[in-house]
Design a protein around this ligand. Structure first.
Ligand code: 5GP
Length: 117
């Protein structure tokens, strides 16, 4: 299996603005931010999506969520509130198939999806 972009960031082969790192996770700013705060929270072990991560290693999923909460504190959005989303598959717009949470915050985010037509 060839490396995804995020493995290359984890291995420091591609530069990124890293805001926090633990033994099992890394968090860096999204290159194309869609909120005042937009940080990607990534487990260092690769799973395709959050469901595969939860099934294989629930402790690692907890590490991802705990890292997101820590980053929310560091970014000063923990109190006002933030969103943590895991795009899964085509309809959600997933483009990198190494599971990652989008931590979004810094202003009111509005609804998370459009109503059905
Ligand atoms: P997805 O669409 O898979 O849920 O999220 C992938 C995210 O990676 C997108 O929000 C995109 O802007 C971000 N991204 C793509 N290429 C790079 C890059 O080279 N560096 C960083 N920091 N983020 C990237």
């Amino acid at each position: 299996m060839s490396d995804t972009l995020f493995e290359r960031i984890i291995n420091r082969e591609v530069p990124a603005d890293i805001v926090h790192e633990t033994e099992t996770t890394i968090a860096f700013r999204d290159i194309n931010p869609r909120a005042t705060t937009h940080v990607l929270v990534v487990p260092k072990t690769r799973y395709r999506n959050v469901a595969e991560l939860a099934a294989a290693d629930p402790g690692l999923l907890a590490d991802v969520v705990n890292t997101a909460a820590k980053v929310a504190e560091l970014e000063g959005v923990a109190e006002a509130g933030y969103r943590l989303t895991f795009n899964t598959g085509e309809d959600a717009g997933q483009t990198v198939f190494h599971v990652h949470g989008h931590l979004l915050g810094g202003s009111s985010l509005g609804p998370e999806a459009r109503p059905p037509k």
